[in-house]
Design a protein around this ligand. Structure first.
Ligand SMILES: Cc1cc2nc3c(=O)[nH]c(=O)nc-3n(C[C@H](O)[C@H](O)[C@H](O)COP(=O)(O)OP(=O)(O)OC[C@H]3O[C@@H](n4cnc5c(N)ncnc54)[C@H](O)[C@@H]3O)c2cc1C
Length: 345
C-alpha cells in the first residue's frame, strides 16, 4: 500500500468532484461505484441549478457565501472542460406572486452579494421569447449556472481517470476494513482494496456504510421529483422559477422541471406531477412544439441533520471520512475542497 492511498465510495457529483480534484494533485486515488456508470444515483435525477436565487436570502452569511462561491467554481470548471461541463444557460430569472415580492426578493439577494437586476416584461420577452405572458417585473440573476448532473459526473470521472485515478464501476462496497483504530481499506465482493483514507460519498447509501463507525451520522433522505419533457422545437435560455414552476432546458433540448413531493411516491403521484407540469408548460410556453412527458423520476436526496459539517471525520477510526451534503450539486466543489484540505492536498 502506498502512502496516502485514497479510496472514494460513490461516483455521483460529490464523489466525482472529489476524485477529480484529488487526482490533479498526484494523490493515489481509487473511485468505486456499485453502478455500471458514473452519475446514476440521485445525481441523474437532479435539476442541477447552481443557485443562490432559489434559496431564501435569509440564509446564514457563511452558507450564502458557499453558494456564491459554487457559481464561481462551476464557471471555472466549465472553462477547464472547454465549456462542456455546464449546460448552455444564460443565468436564472425568478419572479414572485406580485411585484412587491419580486422586488423584495431581488433586493435581499443583492444585499447578500448576488448579481441581480430587475427586468420588465418587454425585456423578459426578448430574453425568453417562448414565454406567453411575462410578469411585469422579474429578477434576473445572470451569473447562475445549470448542470446536466449525470453528464457532469461522467466528465469529471473521465478526467480523474486520465489523471491516473483507478475507476472501479459495478463494484459494491460491502464494508469498511479497519485495524487498530485505523481504516485499512474496503471490502468488495471477493476482494479487499487497501487504502489509507476512505471517503464515503455514497449519497443516500452512505448511512448504511458508516453505520457501525459513525453513530449519529445524521443522514436521512428527502424525496423530490424531476419531470422530463421532450419537445420537437423550442428551448429556454435561462433557468426559470415563477408561475408555480421551476424549469430549464437541458443541453439535449429536453425540458426539465423540479417538483416538490409531499404526499407519497406512487404511480398516482407521478401521473399527477406529469399532467401538472405538462399543463403549465402548455400555458406558459405555448410556442414549445409538441411537449410530452418522457419521464418522472422521484429521487431520494441525501440530507444532513442541521449543523452537521459537509465533511466529517469518524471519531475513533482514523482515515474514515463522510462527505454528504444538501444541496449536493451546489456544494460538491466546496466538499471536494474541504476533503483535499483535510487530507493535506
Ligand atoms: C428532483 C431533484 C432536484 C434537485 N435539484 C438540485 C439542484 O437544483 N441543485 C442541487 O445542488 N441539488 C439538487 N438536488 C439534490 C442533488 O441531486 C443531490 O444532493 C446530489 O446529486 C447528491 O449527490 P451524491 O454524489 O451525494 O449522491 P448520488 O448521486 O446518489 O451518488 C452516490 C453514488 O454512490 C453509489 N453507491 C451507493 N452505495 C454504494 C456502495 N455500497 N458501494 C459503491 N457505490 C455505492 C451510488 O451508486 C451512487 O452513484 C436535486 C435532487 C432531486 C431529486
Amino acid at each position: 500500500m502506498t502512502a496516502h492511498s485514497i479510496l472514494i465510495i460513490g461516483a455521483g457529483i460529490v464523489g466525482a468532484s472529489i476524485a477529480h480534484r484529488l487526482s490533479k494533485t498526484g494523490a493515489t486515488v481509487t473511485l468505486v461505484d456499485s453502478a455500471e456508470a458514473a452519475g446514476l444515483g440521485v445525481s441523474a435525477a437532479s435539476f442541477g441549478w447552481i443557485t443562490c436565487a432559489a434559496g431564501d436570502p435569509g440564509l446564514a452569511d457563511e452558507v450564502y457565501r458557499q453558494r456564491l462561491q459554487a457559481i464561481e467554481d462551476y464557471a471555472a470548471l466549465d472553462q477547464e472542460f472547454g465549456s462542456r461541463l455546464c449546460a448552455p444557460c444564460k443565468g436564472a430569472i425568478v419572479w414572485g406572486a406580485d411585484e412587491d415580492e419580486t422586488r423584495d426578493w431581488a433586493d435581499r439577494h443583492a444585499k447578500k452579494g448576488s448579481t441581480v437586476w430587475l427586468i420588465g416584461a418587454a425585456e423578459f420577452s426578448e430574453l425568453e421569447p417562448m414565454i406567453a405572458q411575462p410578469p411585469a417585473i422579474a429578477a434576473c440573476f445572470p451569473r447562475e449556472k445549470a448542470v446536466d448532473v449525470g453528464h457532469a459526473c461522467v466528465m469529471l470521472v473521465r478526467a480523474a481517470r486520465d489523471n491516473g485515478a483507478r475507476i472501479l464501476l459495478g463494484q459494491k462496497v460491502l464494508g469498511i476494513e479497519a485495524k487498530a483504530g485505523r481504516v485499512t481499506g474496503v471490502r468488495l465482493d471477493g476482494q479487499v482494496i487497501a487504502a489509507d483514507h476512505v471517503i464515503v460519498a455514497a449519497g443516500a447509501g452512505s448511512a448504511g456504510i458508516v453505520e457501525g463507525f459513525m453513530p449519529g451520522h445524521g443522514i436521512s433522505t428527502s424525496p423530490s421529483a424531476l419531470v422530463t419533457l421532450g419537445v420537437d422545437a423550442g428551448r429556454l435560455s435561462h433557468v426559470l422559477e415563477g408561475g408555480g414552476i421551476e424549469i430549464r432546458s437541458r443541453a439535449n433540448g429536453d425540458l426539465i422541471a423540479a417538483c416538490a413531493v409531499d404526499h407519497g411516491q406512487d404511480d398516482r403521484v407521478s401521473a399527477d406531477l406529469a399532467s401538472d407540469v405538462l399543463s403549465k408548460v402548455r400555458r406558459l410556453f405555448p410556442g414549445m412544439d409538441n411537449p410530452r412527458v418522457e419521464k418522472v423520476e422521484i429521487g431520494q436526496r441525501p440530507v444532513l441533520a442541521e449543523g452537521r459539517p459537509l465533511v466529517a471525520s469518524a471519531r475513533g477510526l482514523e482515515g474514515l471520512c463522510l462527505a454528504v451534503a444538501h444541496p449536493g450539486v451546489i456544494l460538491a466543489p466546496e466538499i471536494s475542497r474541504q476533503v483535499a484540505e483535510l487530507l493535506g492536498y
